[in-house]
Design a protein around this ligand. Structure first.
Ligand SMILES: Nc1ncnc2c1ncn2[C@@H]1O[C@H](COP(=O)(O)OP(=O)(O)OP(=O)(O)O)[C@@H](O)[C@H]1O
Length: 270
């Protein structure tokens, strides 16, 4: 839990790293960090993130590199609303997240963010389709759960699509995006590593997130499957998805349009 939350806390003199193309054109940033720090109050305290300012626009594809222990996961957890900064401001699609209560953060995460990890985290006794569908049952409760006042009339209409059939259809659409519709009934154990990661990406795409956060997504893949996943990322970026990818592989970071380095919690753009 954070000790102090001071959104917009006077750190406006912190230079922004760079403004993304899209924000210059008047489109809101997907990510806008302003003076974000994260201190773990251990003995001694760890300054995992120090005064990070960063703007990422829609359709940006950014690699995050840096040595072990430099703060990459802490940054990804912060961006993914899994952790709160100790201080600073984080606007996600224009929404100040640091002052939101836990429930609102969970719903926002469910609506806007997909996660992809090195180990695919697929349930072994569930089919490909079921694994993808379960994203809405567990990870996206804000979307599939009880309708909220702010959903408005569209939410009433959408409510009809929240049953199992709607989920199944959306899962098949997500699997189509990753080229895996021919394996919907397979159990994960019968898939190659590359195919498993594509299913995990389909699961992350459920709910139509605006941001995909990936932690070493090709870490368990050979070079051929790495290329396939990177091609997929290119396609998703072309469709307007924003991608942030932690990686230590040059083959991955060289494909991203932007590259930032974290060193002892300090971020610089390369
Ligand atoms: N819950 C925690 N409590 C205390 N310190 C932590 C905690 N989580 C991370 N840290 C520390 O914060 C720093 C940054 O950790 P982080 O996991 O973000 O690094 P990383 O760059 O992702 O490392 P790696 O590449 O090895 O995964 C490290 O010094 C780590 O020991």
């Amino acid at each position: 839990m954070p000790d102090v939350i001071r959104p917009g806390n006077g750190h406006t003199d912190v230079p922004d790293v760079t403004a993304p193309e899209s924000s210059r054109a008047g489109v809101p940033d997907v990510i806008h960090l302003d003076g974000v720090s994260r201190v773990f109050l251990t003995e001694p305290p760890v300054h995992a993130l120090s005064m990070i300012s960063l703007r990422v626009g829609q359709g940006d594809y950014m690699a995050i590199v840096g040595p072990s222990g430099s703060g990459k996961s802490t940054l990804l957890n912060t961006l993914g609303l899994l952790d709160r900064p100790t201080s600073g401001s984080y606007l996600l699609d224009g929404i100040e997240t640091t002052t939101l209560r836990d429930g609102a953060r969970t719903r926002l995460r469910g609506r806007k963010i997909g996660f992809v990890y090195q180990s695919f985290h697929l349930l072994p006794h569930r089919t490909v389709a079921e694994n993808v569908m379960l994203a809405e049952v567990y990870g996206r409760s804000g979307r599939s759960g009880r309708r909220r006042a702010e959903d408005g009339p569209a939410g009433v209409r959408a409510g009809a699509a929240f049953g199992r059939r709607g989920r199944r259809r959306r899962a098949e659409e997500a699997l189509e995006k990753v080229g895996m519709t021919h394996r919907v009934g397979f159990l994960p154990g019968r898939l190659s590593g590359g195919e498993r990661q594509r299913v995990a990406i389909a699961r992350a795409l459920m709910g139509g997130p605006s941001l995909l956060l990936c932690d070493e997504p090709t870490g368990n893949l050979d070079s051929r499957n790495t290329e396939a996943v990177l091609d997929l990322f290119d396609g998703l970026r072309d469709q307007g998805l924003t991608l942030l990818v932690i990686t230590h592989e040059d083959a991955v970071s060289s494909r991203a349009g932007r590259r930032v380095r974290i060193s002892d919690g300090v971020l610089t753009e390369e």
